[in-house]
Design a protein around this ligand. Structure first.
Ligand code: SF4
Length: 225
């Protein structure tokens, strides 16, 4: 059906020639995303050697201010980007999940380097998590050991592209459903993910198999008569 009374919000609306120098037509999503992509506030924390490259990226030579990201915040309450820069140990992951839960929506996670993305050189080590994405959702992975500042900047630009692709009508934080917090893993003799509690209960409640009955002694060989 054709729109008999088109406005500037109608698809394909033709701006009259006399107004073309004065009127810009766009969409709410574009304005909203432009504001967000140029004001990402990363959280200020680092885990290992990759953090040195992240600090370098934020300093004068690489100048994160060009992206509107230079204000790293020391509180998760004021941040919308978690850059996981370094080795994620089993001792540290409960704190990382807690910090993630404390960040307000919208929030993003960037895994910087081989360790944060999959365990890196310490993969399957006794004290290392094989990738932070086992516990929190990751939006962008930046490979490298460590990634260069240029690689991190590329990852941040990929994050901007992701923000550009979002629509105010479909993002989860404006939906009607509650966004559940991620259960904080428990550190004991090993790491326990509370989401596995049911499985752990089932496995630990299984009765141990009864020990096998001792084999009957073999009949003594008849003495040769
Ligand atoms: S990826 Fe390499 S540089 Fe980065 S934290 Fe791991 S070992 Fe260090």
């Amino acid at each position: 059906m054709t729109d008999t009374n088109p406005t500037v919000n109608s698809a394909g609306y033709e701006v009259p020639p006399e107004l073309r120098q004065n009127v810009a037509v766009t969409t709410l999503d574009k304005i909203w995303n432009m504001g967000r992509r140029y004001s990402v506030w990363p959280m200020m924390f680092g885990l290992a050697c990759c953090a040195i490259e992240m600090i370098c990226t934020a300093a004068s030579r690489y100048d994160l201010a060009r992206f509107g990201m230079e204000v790293m915040r020391p509180s998760p309450r004021q941040s919308d980007l978690m850059i996981v820069s370094g080795t994620v140990t089993k001792k540290m992951i409960p704190q990382i999940v807690r910090l993630y839960n404390q960040m307000p929506e919208p929030k993003y996670v960037l895994a910087m380097g081989a360790c944060a993305s999959g365990g890196g050189p310490f993969k399957e080590g006794y004290n290392v998590v094989s990738g932070v994405d086992q516990y929190v959702p990751v939006d962008v992975y930046v490979p490298g050991c460590p990634p260069t500042p240029q690689a991190l900047l590329h990852g941040l630009m990929k994050l901007q592209e992701k923000i550009d692709s979002e629509s105010i009508t479909t993002v989860r934080w404006y939906g009607k459903d509650d966004i559940p917090a991620i259960p904080v893993p428990l550190l004991g003799p090993d790491l326990i993910d509370p989401r596995d509690n049911e499985l752990i209960k089932q496995e630990t409640s299984k009765k141990p198999a009864a020990p096998a009955a001792p084999a009957a002694p073999a009949p003594a060989a008849e003495a040769a008569s």
